[in-house]
Structures are given as structure tokens and as C-alpha cells.
Design a protein around this ligand. Structure first.
Ligand SMILES: O=C(CO)COP(=O)(O)O
Length: 158
């Protein structure tokens, strides 16, 4: 019988998503500048406006998806599901209501489901980026989605 969890590997060169709400964009740009040496060793992407501003201001290459309110958080969530993003730094704004709050919550949830390291503020991002694991592959256990489907189809189909 197959296992409930499978081992996935976050590679040594990580695919990092960078996201900031408007009130936090300056803080994230400064953080990227302060950590440019480390970040430049990894593959970077982000929601549209955040990605563009980081590239403009730091010269780091950041692939941009759609803007957050237009589905960018969901695109990043989908890439996590597909195993194509494995590290997230999201400086979210806890003091401003956003129209796409459900998308933000969905991204948080899917990062939890897939056991993806995710920093929601600068202190967490500092601890994560300084971790020795940034320079190593990291094995972690993720739900065996094939077995999950098999179980559900068998149970619900009865
Ligand atoms: O709203 C965002 C994340 O929820 C960020 O989107 P932008 O990077 O396009 O501003």
C-alpha cells in the first residue's frame, strides 16, 4: 500500500516568490537589497508590481506574474501545487483591508498544505534567509496527492 505522505525535495537553488502589499513594498525592496548576495543565487519570481519594483530598484531578475488583486497570488499558489515554487517571502499588510483577501488566504493555506517555508514579516524572512538550509537541498514530507485521490474516489464512489 502506498504511503500517505511522499518525500519532496526543495533544491539547493530555490525558487523564491517575493510579494508585498503596497504599504510593505519599500520594506521588501530594502530587504532584497540587504540580502542581494544570497537572493542572486536563487531563482526569483513575484506578483506583478512587486516583481517589477524589485527589479527596477535592485537589478535582481524577478519574473513577474499578474498583480495580486488580478490573480497573482493565485498564480503563485498554483505553482506551489505544481512543485515549481518552494519558498515564499510575503510582506503582507495586517492593517489594510484588501479586495483580494480570499486569494491571500488561499495562498497561505496552500503553502501550509505543501509545507512550503513562508515568511510573512521581516523578522521571519531574516531568520529564514540566514538558515544554513538555504545552501542545501531539503527533504520534506508532502501529502501523497495520488493516494489522496484514490482514497476519496474509492470512499465517495461506494
Ligand atoms: O497584492 C499583492 C499580494 O496580495 C501584491 O500584488 P502586486 O505585487 O501586484 O502589488
Amino acid at each position: 500500500m502506498s504511503a500517505d505522505y511522499i518525500t519532496m525535495t526543495i533544491p539547493k537553488q530555490k525558487r523564491i516568490a517575493l510579494i508585498a502589499h503596497d504599504a510593505k513594498k519599500e520594506e521588501l525592496i530594502k530587504w532584497c537589497e540587504d540580502n542581494r548576495n544570497i537572493l542572486s543565487r536563487h531563482e526569483l519570481c513575484g506578483t506583478g508590481t512587486t516583481a517589477r519594483m524589485i527589479t527596477d530598484r535592485t537589478n535582481l531578475q524577478v519574473k513577474g506574474y499578474n498583480s495580486g488583486p488580478l490573480g497573482g497570488d493565485q498564480q503563485i499558489g498554483a505553482k506551489i501545487v505544481e512543485g515549481r515554487i518552494d519558498f515564499v517571502v510575503f510582506f503582507s499588510d495586517p492593517l489594510t483591508a484588501a479586495p483580494h483577501d480570499p486569494d491571500v488566504k488561499a495562498l497561505l493555506r496552500i503553502a501550509q498544505v505543501y509545507d512550503i517555508p513562508m515568511a510573512n514579516n521581516k523578522a521571519t524572512a531574516d531568520f529564514m534567509i540566514q538558515s544554513k538550509l538555504m545552501d542545501e537541498p531539503y527533504d520534506h514530507k508532502v501529502i501523497n496527492f495520488q493516494k489522496n485521490i484514490d482514497n476519496r474516489a474509492n470512499t465517495l464512489g461506494k
